[in-house]
Design a protein around this ligand. Structure first.
Ligand code: GDP
Length: 192
């Protein structure tokens, strides 16, 4: 299964005009703060430290594009859809995420959710965004190493019930490697 040794930070966009050209394939990635999104991006790409670029001051409220391979990008949506965003930030998100949803390159949405918290009502805005765009959603229940096997199975089942066919769901851990290959397979499918 491919890792992405050439993965690199491309750019931060504050406006849709700054997006890279709409060619190839891209996957949006979202998750509430501390869900383990940066760690997941690093684990999936095999490029440790890659996602740190999106956490630099000033970039945490922008759309951050990474090129994983020529013609294949991920777009980090920090804070999108979550109540912690201010009204001004929300106002800025609408045109940007509307423009993102209209891109031909957009293949799907990866959502990182802490397995101990599960899918919450606050995640609905993101799911609705992807559904309105007609794009599939894949949920990573992160930090799977923090739960016992039976608890994790319950967390996956509960998330599956809440998502009710609106998204695929799997467990994931950057620490013990749970689900990393499965998630990479999904990225591979979306990269084509
Ligand atoms: P982000 O805010 O969603 O980008 O979250 P981070 O990737 O920065 O992770 C938040 C915290 O969770 C950090 O302390 C990570 O070390 C920890 N973390 C992330 N992924 C895992 C995991 O798979 N297992 C465990 N045990 N901790 C994790």
């Amino acid at each position: 299964m491919s890792t992405y040794p050439q993965a690199r930070f491309m750019l931060s966009a504050a406006h849709a005009q700054q997006f890279p050209s709409d060619q190839g394939a891209e996957v949006a990635v979202a998750g509430r703060s501390n869900a383990g999104k940066s760690t997941a991006i690093n684990a999936l790409t095999g490029r440790h430290g890659l996602a740190r670029a999106a956490k630099l001051p000033g970039r945490t409220r922008l759309l951050n594009f990474f090129e994983l391979a020529p013609g294949f990008r991920i777009v980090d949506l920090p804070g999108y859809g979550y109540a912690s965003a201010s009204a001004a930030e929300r106002a800025n998100w609408v045109p940007m995420t509307t423009a993102l949803a209209a891109r031909e390159s957009l293949r799907g949405l990866l959502v990182v959710v802490d397995c101990r918290r599960g899918v919450l009502p606050g995640d609905e805005e993101l799911l609705a965004w992807a559904a309105a765009a007609g794009r599939p959603v894949h949920v990573l229940l992160s930090k799977a190493d923090k739960l016992k096997r039976a608890e994790l199975a319950r967390a996956v089942a509960t998330a599956g019930q809440i998502l009710a066919g609106r998204a695929a769901v799997q467990s994931f851990s950057a620490v013990d490697g749970t689900g990393v290959e499965e998630a990479r397979r999904q990225l591979d499918r979306w990269s084509r």
